[in-house]
Design a protein around this ligand. Structure first.
Ligand code: VGL
Ligand code: ZN
Length: 196
């Protein structure tokens, strides 16, 4: 049984949003078309408190997109994005949510970022996604959404580690930085992941 995981298709990651992924909006009609092909579809939602430590605004001496050590883990400092309860954190209005059976929120602990839909970046807590999928007999996971080089990629690595056959649907994802995704994609393929 295969599931589609729709990663972070939220207003802040779309053109006009605070952390816009170039051409991120192009994935929406493609995902809407993909959804009916899967018996199980779940979504993730980046869902930060306003004082999240991944925000450059919380580090007055640093610039956006700088990398720092945050509690011992490398952290890119992002523009404020996907703040709980704001328009930017909402799913894209044109994304067809009706047949999405569950939403897994992440990034709520202000001290630890969470790119993957399965675990935070320190692997100290899981979201319950693995259990949800395994309970429903899922053996194969397909991923789409935003951003290819961060949340889609790290979710895909965790999916492999959790023992799911794992594929990224390449036409249904876009990267913040294309060359970053090229390198990460090669790593994912070497680890047994597929691009479809
Ligand atoms: C994401 C950076 C920060 C993503 C989330 O959804 O790829 N990237 N938070
Ligand atoms: Zn985030």
């Amino acid at each position: 049984m295969k599931a589609l995981i729709v990663i972070d298709v939220q207003n802040d990651f779309l053109p006009g949003g605070s952390l816009a992924v170039p051409k991120g909006d192009e994935v929406i009609p493609i995902i809407n078309e993909l959804i009916p092909a899967y018996s199980l579809v779940v979504a993730t939602q980046d869902w930060h408190p306003a004082n999240h430590q991944s925000f450059a605004s919380q580090h007055p001496d640093q610039q956006e997109f700088d990398a720092i050590l945050l509690n011992g883990t490398e952290q890119v400092l992002w523009p404020d994005h996907c703040v709980q309860g704001t328009f930017g954190a909402e799913f894209a209005p044109s994304l067809k949510l009706n047949s999405i059976s569950a939403i897994f929120r992440k990034g709520m602990n202000k001290s630890i970022d969470s790119y993957s839909g399965f675990y935070d970046n320190q692997k100290s807590q899981n979201t319950g996604l693995t259990g949800y999928l395994k309970d429903r007999g899922i053996t194969e996971v397909h991923l789409c959404g935003l951003a290819a080089d961060f949340c889609v990629y790290y979710s895909a690595l965790d999916s492999l580690n959790e023992g799911f056959g794992t594929a990224i649907v390449s036409k249904a994802t876009r990267a913040i930085d294309k060359s970053e995704f090229m390198e990460k994609k090669n790593n994912f393929i070497q680890l047994g992941g597929k691009l479809i």
